[in-house]
Design a protein. Sequence first.
Length: 145
Amino acid sequence: MRLWSLHPSYLDSIGLIALWREGLLARKVLLGQTKGYIHHPQLIRFRETENPIQTIDAYLKAVHDESVRRGYNFDLSKISPCECHHPTLLPLPDKQLEYEFHHLLNKLKKRSPHQYSLLQQTTSILSHPLFQVMPGDICSWEKYD
């Protein structure tokens, strides 16, 4: 399970579809509707919020928005309607954002050479709209090599 901190627009079609599915799985985990993934480190930052379901739904809404921009048909009824006000932004260390960007580039090098070449030109990395980037190291929950 990878719940990217990157803006969903960076993902290729395979990545965006996987993010939607994995986000919905994460939502089920947070609702206590699964037996697996209950201790998955990617869920820590959602669990630490005041309302994890509202937070994951806000996360998924941004993924849905990107799917609409691309002409996909993700089922918005799978999440709760998001509040009109903006959710509290979650802190995101800049080194985590950079790590994920390079992790994505490595995936795209083989899977989607065209997307890889487009992202190679990126000078400023955008985060998913749910996050506020601030100085800091890679998150302790990240599994990296």
